[in-house]
Design a binder for this molecule. Structure first.
Ligand code: GGG
Length: 347
């Protein structure tokens, strides 16, 4: 029987609740579909940092390299560890080390979920550049704590990095409705974003089947709210993609529905799957976190591993569950209730 080795990093707060839920669903669908998943859990988190001074063990990246995929919950416990430390100590190093340069985030309403817009007919796929740009971590502070203090943070855009994410965006658009929105702020950012726009124009000639439009990020943010049905695939830099996908999450009903995949397209290292949401300390361990975003991310993981039918089964079960009104209102249904309903719908 085919078996997939999955590294589980529940992380902090509700990350623990939703990863456990998604794992139950993944084990169930694997059982019904004739393959196995074996999970190895790692305690890397802010708690681990408090105990060891590191967000992950020293050989963490090399340890993860041997797995078929990674399922991550959430990272962050700002009351004890600064968010800049937890993010740069765990999530961002994994994305960079494993060249997971494409962060894919689908935004559409599940049946029974009412978003804040008076529109239901949108289906957007956001592709966020995931390894460089504004989150490169290049910078520093000098004269710290004095009146003369200076903080510098440099965005890094490489031709290789921009070209590969744009190609990925063109390909995704070609496989969907053929429309690509390339997002920059090239009127204000006259080096990096003009560079991005130039590469967009150059590649457009190679993808004649895709209609590409360049937008400024502010206009695109408004369009996601006013006319989301006009959008198909978005491709954006690390920061812009991060922000736009919170709008995407909002219009699809909230962060509890926003799934994501950090993909290494050439498969030279494992890809990582995680809900968009963070650790939500205010509702951690109350058993009321919505596991749907993580379960959907689990379906994206199976799709990536080639288990397309099983991924489809999860999505059908998810949709059948929300169509019954389960998991559609924040805080109404317990994490376990939603998970049990999805598991039942799988059988
Ligand atoms: N579910 C992963 C998580 O903890 N996300 C919170 C977050 O702030 N992520 C930043 C990012 O995606 O770059």
């Amino acid at each position: 029987m085919k078996s997939y080795s999955i590294a589980l990093i529940p992380g902090d707060g509700i990350g623990r609740d939703v990863t456990a839920a998604a794992w139950t669903v993944l084990e169930t669908v694997a059982h019904h579909s004739g393959f196995a998943v074996t999970g190895t859990e790692f305690p890397w988190s802010c708690k681990f940092y408090k105990e060891t001074g590191r967000m992950m063990s020293e050989d963490g990246i090399e340890t993860l390299r041997g797995f078929d995929a990674i399922l991550l919950g959430a990272v962050g416990w700002p009351a004890e560890v600064p968010d800049s430390v937890s993010l740069h100590g765990l999530l961002l190093p994994i994305r960079k080390a494993f060249v997971q340069y494409a962060n894919i985030r689908p935004h559409r309403l599940l049946p029974g979920v009412t978003g804040p817009l008076r529109k239901e007919n949108f289906d957007i796929l956001c592709i966020r550049e995931n390894t460089e740009g504004e989150y490169s971590g290049a910078g520093g502070r000098v004269h710290q704590g004095t009146r003369e203090e200076v903080a510098v943070e440099t965005s890094i855009f490489t031709r290789a990095g921009v070209e590969r994410i744009l190609r990925f965006g063109f390909e995704q658009a070609g496989a969907r409705r053929g429309k690509l929105a390339s997002v920059t702020k090239s009127n204000a950012q006259k080096y990096s974003m003009v560079f991005w726009d130039e590469i967009t124009r150059k590649l457009a000639a190679e993808y004649a089947d895709v209609e590409v439009t360049s937008y400024h990020v502010d206009a695109l943010a408004a369009r996601m709210i006013m006319a989301p049905e006009s959008l198909d695939v978005l491709v954006a830099s690390n920061l812009f993609g991060d922000i736009l996908t919170d709008i995407g999450a909002a219009i699809q009903g909230g962060l509890g529905y926003a799934a994501s995949a950090n993909i290494n397209p050439d498969r030279s290292a494992p890809s990582m799957f995680e809900p968009v949401h963070g650790s939500a300390p205010d509702i951690a361990h109350l058993g009321i976190a919505n596991p749907i975003a993580t379960i959907w991310s689990g379906a994206m993981m199976l799709e990536h591993l080639g288990e397309t039918a099983a991924a489809g089964r999860i999505m059908k079960a998810l949709e059948a569950t929300t169509a019954r009104g389960i998991g559609t209102t924040a805080g109404k249904d317990k994490t376990d209730t939603i998970t049990a309903a999805i598991v039942a719908a799988l059988s």
